[in-house]
Design a binder for this molecule. Structure first.
Ligand code: ZN
Length: 433
């Protein structure tokens, strides 16, 4: 009932003229009843009202309101859609389509629309012409064609979302996992993943991190006008404080040297990763153990990482795939040769990626396959081996061959960058307090 009253009020508000006429009719009915005018006369009165010019005008207006002059269309672009086809499907005449296409090409707006983007149209229902057409060109740019009714041409309008780069400082204690502690601080998920990746060469996230270790991070975000985070940028500074020892990394943006470096200008990137898998739990270290299937004590010459089936496995360093096939107890396995002395093996995969083909060059971090439990295995895990000069060695304690060390001019520039970053950090901390 409440809803009806509200609806009624809305109706009156929207159709003031019609409401007025209705009131008029009711009043005249009441009046004729009241004064007991003859039936004949009262019919005449009704007709008068109906024939009233004002009433007629209102009536046509109301009718027109039921069938709006313009319709708004949000068209989601499907495979094989073209602007031509889309407009045609809404009944836009051919000459109108041609004039839009020529305006688009004149303004160098190509017809390379993307699947799942939206095209916004305002169509004039009286002649099915386009009053407005909006296309998304990129994440931050939209183009609108608006009909200029006087000149009967389309005017182009560009709408650019202004993105502002902002740097954000966050710090926290690690109480459970780095991921949980960082997301409690509202650090975006891809920044946390990136944080884990840049430390992945030197830190074993399962064993090296203890309760009450802490982290600091400065990262970039891009915000639109509404302060909504549009995108995340780089990690400019990071520190992972493990048992009161700082592990600081600075981002250096010099062309050709881009990346994260420690205090001494040494690249965080090593030739090989300690953990070529994200979010895994180290389940069986290198060393003597009772084999879970064979049941007797045996040397385990690799490292096992338990992870859900299907978790992507990365190439731990640049190299050439020298095996991507079944290897008995190891199930589906991949072997990569990194240089004359180092190679790595990844076993028990559920499947290979398309990069895992004998003879293929792979880059560090590229996905070569997915966690499984093929071969001699009791559950989904990755068995990872590092082979140095033909001998299997412990990947977790191995002093990994280091990556780049900045020297000369680059080192000088890096030292300046370090100071600038420290200044930025203290500014950001001051702003917090
Ligand atoms: Zn193993």
């Amino acid at each position: 009932m409440k809803l009806n009253v509200k609806y009624f009020q809305e109706f009156i508000k929207k159709n003031q003229e019609l409401s007025f006429v209705i009131v008029l009719i009711i009043t005249s009915v009441l009046l004729t009843q009241l004064f007991q005018v003859s039936k004949n006369q009262s019919t005449k009165e009704y007709l008068k009202v109906i024939n009233n010019l004002y009433f007629q005008k209102t009536f046509t207006n109301v009718l027109r309101g039921f069938q709006p002059k313009y319709s708004r269309v949000k068209h989601k672009i499907k495979n094989n859609d073209s602007i031509n086809n889309i407009l045609k499907s809404y009944g836009v005449p051919k000459n109108e389509i041609n004039s839009i296409l020529s305006t688009l090409s004149k303004n160098k707006i190509t017809n390379n629309i993307k699947v799942n983007d939206t095209i916004n149209l305002i169509i004039d229902n009286s002649n099915m012409t386009i009053s407005k057409l909006g296309i998304t060109i990129s994440k931050t740019k939209k183009i609108e064609l608006i009909r200029d009714y006087e000149k009967d041409i389309f005017e182009k309008r560009e709408i650019v979302t202004n993105l502002q780069r902002k740097t954000i400082f966050k710090e926290g204690k690690i109480t459970q996992s780095l991921y949980r502690s960082a997301s409690k601080q509202n650090i975006p998920a891809n920044i946390i993943v990136e944080f884990a990746r840049i430390y992945g060469f030197q830190i074993d996230f399962q064993r090296d991190i203890r309760k009450n270790d802490s982290f600091q991070i400065i990262y970039e975000v891009y915000e639109d006008e509404n302060k909504k985070i549009f995108n995340t940028g780089k990690i400019i500074f990071a520190d992972l404080n493990l048992r009161n020892q700082s592990n600081t990394l600075y981002y250096f943006d010099k062309k050709g040297d881009e990346g994260h470096y420690d205090l001494n200008g040494k690249s965080a990137k090593k030739a090989l990763m300690k953990t070529p898998i994200n979010g895994a739990r180290l389940s069986s270290p290198y060393g003597m153990r009772k084999h879970p299937i064979d049941g007797f004590n045996k040397m385990h010459r690799g490292t096992d990482f338990a992870a859900p089936e299907g978790t992507p496995i990365m190439a731990s360093g640049d190299g050439v795939v020298i095996k991507a096939s079944w290897c008995g107890g190891g199930g589906n396995c991949v072997k990569i040769k990194h240089n004359s002395s180092y190679s790595t093996v990844y076993a028990h995969m559920s499947k290979f990626s398309r990069l895992a083909k004998t003879g293929n060059r792979v880059k560090q971090g590229q996905i070569i396959g997915y966690v499984g439990s093929t071969g001699k295995s009791t559950g989904p895990h990755l068995h990872y081996e590092v082979i140095f000069n033909g001998k299997k060695i412990n990947s977790q304690t191995l002093k990994l061959p280091s990556g780049k060390v900045l020297q000369g001019k680059s080192r000088e520039q890096f030292e300046i960058k370090k100071i600038k970053t420290e200044v930025l950090k203290s500014e950001l901390i001051l702003r917090l307090s």
